[in-house]
Design a protein around this ligand. Structure first.
Ligand code: GLU
Length: 416
């Protein structure tokens, strides 16, 4: 097996705990801990200053046992093969927990999109898609937005792929603009799912979500919509931090005003409705619920002992290190794991893919009702499994996922 780094190792540690509990057959264990395909591409782009820069991109299809590979594409300076492989594995378990017929994939380009023009981003996106064109397709591998990518980037992906195959192929990508085959409710879906599982967890623990205090790290698509959705059901968002700064108001922040502010300033930093706050201060606030909605490895043994929340909802992928997770669990903190907590996005991506292939589009209400049902079913399956095996929710979620993928792996049997 190729060398793996720390993020994939963290995924493996989580996987192995669950696999051991269910006594997974060694052969299946071996298959499920290896990525199916990893591709690395070089994408030359002529920059606005006339110079040519070469960007490194990756696409990893971790496992496609349950269906086409599915997962976002992220643009970030810290993207690495290790990170993309771990994220592709997490997509595999996430799709299985969500009970949707997809395998897991992830893509990434090492770049700093904040320093690139729109034209440069379009050129980079199109070149990356051209480089991975043989791998993707509605029945093969279906990308979506992730960190620093959005519906416009997906429109370029769809157009580039369509130009190559000679016809318009809407179902090659999800998270597209509504006008070109996107689904109503998709943009809000990850945050809406975060709200649903947080609400269900509060119900399970006997905590009244109305008036419950919440701190959120990250105010991108996921963090901002989670804040909006949770405040709409009566929770009190008291603190938000992002890449630049943060703001705290024990009486509750006005999320509608904050959304307007961020539209103009691209950060919550300096928002007039509260006092300045750092990331480190956010983690140790005396709140009921903490929601990391940014990047990996944010909750570590450095800050976990200071966490005072009763519920941690992992809206980001991989925000808690395995050691920190064990520490939180031992202290009785209810951690809703990423592969359950943020699965609303990919679940609605599935709805979008279905609508594209069907050629018939649903009302927003229908999308939201279906998402509600899927998220509650996933939450119940994970909770029941964790109670049955007397394990934390993350291990419960892995058990659900591994059992679903392992069953089909065995049914399909070995080729050759
Ligand atoms: N990037 C999102 C995630 O990490 C969505 C993936 C998708 O919709 O395919 O779950």
């Amino acid at each position: 097996m190729a060398e793996h780094g720390a993020i994939f190792a963290a995924m493996l540690r989580e996987f192995n705990v669950a696999a051991r509990i269910i006594d997974l057959e060694p052969g299946v264990w071996n298959i499920l801990t290896h990525p199916k395909r990893q591709i690395m591409v070089s994408c030359p782009v002529q920059m606005d200053n006339g110079e040519i820069e070469v960007f490194t991109g990756y696409r990893v299809q971790y496992n496609i046992t349950l269906g086409p590979a599915k997962g976002g594409i992220r643009y970030h300076p810290d993207v690495s093969l290790d990170e993309v492989t771990a994220l592709a594995a997490w997509m595999t378990w996430k799709c299985a927990v969500a009970h949707i017929p997809f395998g897991g994939a992830k893509g990434g380009i090492v770049c700093d999109p904040t320093k690139m023009s729109r034209r440069e981003l379009e050129a980079l996106t199109r070149r990356y898609v051209a480089e991975i064109i043989d791998l993707i397709g509605p029945e093969k591998d279906v990308p979506a937005p992730d960190v620093n990518t959005n519906d416009q980037v997906m429109a370029w992906v769809m157009d580039t792929y369509s130009m190559h195959v000679g016809h318009t192929a809407t179902a090659v990508v999800t998270g597209k603009p509504i006008e070109m085959g996107g689904s109503l409710g998709r943009r809000e879906a990850t945050g809406r799912g975060v709200m649903i599982v947080t609400r269900e967890a509060a119900k399970h623990l006997g905590l009244n979500i109305e008036g419950a205090t919440i701190a959120i790290q990250g105010f991108g698509n996921v963090g901002s919509v989670s804040a909006d959705q949770l405040s709409k059901i009566g929770a009190k968002i008291v603190a938000v931090t992002d890449w630049k700064g943060g703001v705290h108001n024990p009486k509750g922040l006005d999320i509608a005003k904050m959304l307007d502010y961020v539209r103009d300033h691209e950060t919550v930093d300096g928002f007039p409705g509260g006092d300045p706050l750092t990331n480190e201060q956010l983690f140790s606030l005396d709140v009921d619920i903490l929601i990391p909605a940014a990047l990996e490895n944010q909750i570590t043994m450095e800050n976990a002992p200071g966490i005072r929340a009763r519920i941690v909802t992992e809206a980001a992928n991989g925000p808690t290190t395995p050691d920190a997770h064990r520490h939180l669990h031992e202290r009785g903190i209810f951690v809703i794991p990423d592969i359950l907590a943020n699965s609303g996005g990919v679940t609605t991506s599935y709805f979008e893919w279905v609508q594209d292939r069907y050629g018939y589009f649903w009302e927003e209400h229908d999308v939201n009702v279906r998402l509600e049902k899927k998220m509650c079913e996933a939450f119940d399956a994970v909770l029941k499994t964790s109670l049955k095996y007397k394990v934390d929710l993350r291990t419960g979620a892995y058990i659900v996922a591994i059992q679903r993928v392992a069953t089909v792996t065995k049914m399909r049997g070995m080729y050759a």
